[in-house]
Write a protein that binds this ligand. Structure first.
Ligand code: SF4
Length: 65
């Protein structure tokens, strides 16, 4: 089973770098102010890279709120 993760919407600044790194798992399109998680079934290394690259460090493992 894929490991869940979430974006803290209160912290996200919408720069879109998570979606650049892992477009299968994250979506950030024109008109959106924060990125969204599409699904969890992605390469964990790519998710970790997105977590480390995120300027706000607001992508976290877990279910979120
Ligand atoms: S990289 Fe972080 S701050 Fe940028 S859109 Fe993704 S979650 Fe938001």
């Amino acid at each position: 089973m894929a490991r869940p993760f979430y974006i803290d919407d209160d912290e996200c600044i919408g720069d879109g770098s998570c979606a650049d790194i892992c477009p299968d798992c994250f979506i950030f399109e024109e008109g959106m102010t924060v990125a969204k998680v599409m699904h969890f079934d992605c390469d964990e290394e790519l998710i970790e890279e997105a977590m480390m690259t995120c300027p706000m460090q607001c992508i976290h493992w877990g279910e979120g709120d």
